[in-house]
Design a protein around this ligand. Structure first.
Ligand code: SAH
Ligand code: SF4
Ligand code: F3S
Length: 438
């Protein structure tokens, strides 16, 4: 059997797109491999969200030059968010002559055609669709896990946060039909999926592009009815559209996991305005208080950007204070990274790298003790854990996630993978828990 190696960078959208690419490739007779020496086709699914993500792609692609020289018959394909940018694409094509196929985020279903075209002509094939994903409801996915699956509910983004490249790489917002989503999840459940994660850049605005009145909460209610599904998660919800109705859904839908990822980005109203986030610090705190009142044990996580243009010490301290007030279970923290073509890239008062790093460290020093304290509170409780895999460092240890999304390590055997088990939590660290099977 021929082999394909898919190297995925970036977020869950990309991970899930890679699962679809794997499925398409399998249909063409290519099995998966992780070994580039054994691969007939190598696909890089790229991410453009920060410079560091792009640098990783450039670095690893450079390493393939030598391989291509040795094995000219190997096919190298690039896809994903970086490819949607004209400037980056032309840079790649000029600089890396060893690339054979380039496609984008909106047309992965065309891969078989592109591969054939390249194999017939021996020439570089480039195919990019600028705007919204050509909806390819029929593309299935070779899912990495059988018991937990990603499901796209919408594509693209219309928010244009001033720092963010995603609206330019993923096109305009478009919701999938509810029937098609429900059908997909029902099939997944029939095949053993217990946990689903609904994917969209802003799931709270799901339904806006449909021709009838049907909201994200309506969708959650319908999914909650599907037999076999035990946990529903979603990524990501935008605070501006986080509704009271969604907060209430946590109390009425038994399968909705008590976890909310609600990216705040900054705690300063001045910076939030300049980021075009369309909510204030007060709005955010109010929404968090709704959910905490309704679901006291909920775990709340967030994304934070440090060093956005114009961020002063006072703005930064507003972020620190907001973190102390909300008490996030954990957070993804990022140094602001200039993305050409976005509004913030041309803002004048860019923050120095030195200051960004210094604030970044102070932010972690704020977040980590809170995360640890919240984890310690779980010591002595019994948590329901979906067992995911054997630990990389110790074959007698398993890892899985609690309802709240926390990573737990415990002793157990491989046959438990994919099952829901009860774990008595004994120890807590900043990022993980340890426990024993009960
Ligand atoms: N749609 C999601 C976020 C997708 S990008 C949302 O709005 O919540 C994931 C995270 O990357 C963002 O939440 C933000 O914190 C970070 N990010 C995006 N662009 C960035 C940039 N230019 N520099 C640093 N971090 C960035
Ligand atoms: Fe980017 Fe903002 Fe859209 Fe999220 S909501 S993808 S941060 S533009
Ligand atoms: Fe995701 Fe990176 Fe694209 S974060 S949407 S893969 S730019």
């Amino acid at each position: 059997m021929k082999k394909v190696l898919i190297n995925t960078f970036g977020c869950q959208m990309n991970e899930h797109d890679s699962e679809k690419i794997a499925w398409i490739m399998e249909g063409m007779g290519y099995g998966p491999t992780m070994d580039k020496e054994e691969a007939d086709v190598i696909i890089f699914n790229t991410c453009a969200v920060r410079k560091s993500a792009e640098d990783r792609v450039f670095g690893q692609l450079g390493e393939l030059k030598e391989l291509k020289r040795r094995k000219p018959e190997i096919v190298l394909a690039l896809c994903g968010c970086m490819m949607q940018r004209d400037d980056i694409r032309s840079y790649f094509l000029k600089k890396h002559r060893h690339i054979d196929i380039v496609f984008g985020t909106n047309n992965i279903h065309k891969l078989p055609q592109l591969l054939n075209r390249h194999q017939e002509s021996g020439k570089l094939v480039v195919d990019i669709v600028e705007d919204t994903r050509e909806i390819e409801e029929s593309v299935e996915a070779d899912r990495k896990y059988s018991y937990k699956s990603y499901v796209n509910i919408m594509y693209g983004c219309n928010n244009f946060c001033t720092y963010c490249i995603v609206p330019y790489t993923r096109g305009r917002e478009k919701s999938r039909d509810p029937e098609s989503i429900i059908r997909e999840i029902t099939d997944l459940a029939a095949n053993g999926t217990k946990e689903i994660t609904l994917l969209g850049q802003n799931v709270n605005s799901y339904g806006k592009t449909l021709d009838r009145d049907y909201s994200f909460v309506d969708l959650l209610k319908d999914i909650n009815e599907i037999d076999g599904i035990e946990r529903i998660r979603f990524m990501t919800s935008h605070p501006k559209d986080f509704s009271r109705e969604l907060a209430l859904a946590y109390t009425s839908l038994d399968k909705l996991s008590p976890h909310l990822h609600l990216p705040v980005q900054s705690g300063s109203n001045r910076i939030l305005r300049s980021m075009n986030r369309n909510y204030t610090r007060e709005d955010y705190l109010e929404k968090v208080s709704w959910i905490k009142e309704l679901v006291p044990d909920i775990s709340i996580t967030t994304d934070l950007i440090v060093g956005f243009p114009g961020e002063t010490e006072e703005d930064f301290m507003d972020t620190v204070r907001l973190c102390q007030e909300v008490r996030f279970d954990s957070a993804f923290t990022f140094l602001y990274s200039v993305r050409e073509g976005t509004k913030a890239a041309s803002m004048h008062d860019q923050v120095s790298d030195e200051l960004k790093h210094e604030r970044f460290q102070r932010l972690l020093d704020t977040l980590h003790p809170i995360g640890l304290e919240l984890n310690r509170r779980l010591i002595g409780t019994i948590q329901k854990v979906l067992v995911e895999e054997v630990s990389k460092n110790d074959e007698n240890m398993l890892s899985g996630r609690t309802d709240g999304g926390k990573l737990v390590h415990f002793r157990g055997t491989e046959d438990l993978i994919g099952k829901l088990v009860n774990i008595d939590i004994r120890e807590a660290k900043t990022f993980t828990l340890e426990g024993v099977l009960v």
